[in-house]
Design a protein around this ligand. Structure first.
Ligand code: HEM
Length: 141
């Protein structure tokens, strides 16, 4: 391979480039501070063990970024179905995750990759029927 191609070929995972376990932990800590400070979201976590929640989220984020494959939590659809999460609340959590990554100086391509994962997992997490969908369904008869 010539030197120019070497330079352009990523040798580290996104997980390594953002700073590995330590950065993931700080991103997840910040994410839950932002979420719990938001009165629109706080109630979802009233009876949740936040320490174990953070461990699961950190394991999932590490895995998604090409780090250790250590996620041992439930399937995302199964974990979130009883919560009836709205599209608005889902978007807020996504924005807070992006904010936490930016504060940790995650590069643009990492933010974009996480954005794609968020978009792909939306259908498993958002469960409430939105007014538009109800209207369309009733119009369709
Ligand atoms: C943005 C994408 C999201 C991801 C990647 C994600 C990820 C996770 C993970 C990994 C767990 C742990 C599952 C387990 O313990 O087995 C979990 C649980 C949970 N999530 Fe999310 N989540 C997301 C969005 C949300 C949103 C938008 C809310 C609420 C507004 C939410 C509320 C919860 C709650 C309350 C639990 C605990 C459920 C329980 O222990 O019964 N999540 N989530």
């Amino acid at each position: 391979m010539n030197a120019a191609i070497d330079v352009l070929t990523p040798t580290q995972s996104m997980y390594e480039r953002i700073g590995g376990a330590e950065t993931v932990r700080s991103v997840v800590d910040r994410l839950y501070v932002l979420v719990i400070e938001d009165e629109r979201l706080r109630g979802y976590f009233d009876n949740v063990d936040l320490a174990s929640q953070k461990r699961h989220m950190a394991a999932l984020l590490s895995q998604v970024l090409g780090g250790p494959k250590a996620y041992g939590g439930r399937d995302l659809a199964e974990a979130h179905a009883p919560l009836r999460i709205t599209a608005e609340h889902y978007a807020l959590v996504g924005d807070y995750l992006t904010a936490a990554l930016l504060i940790a100086h995650a590069p643009r391509d990492v933010i974009d990759a996480v954005g794609e994962v968020l978009a792909a997992s939306r259908g498993q997490i958002v469960r409430s029927v939105e007014p538009d969908a109800v209207q369309l369904a009733s119009r369709a008869g």
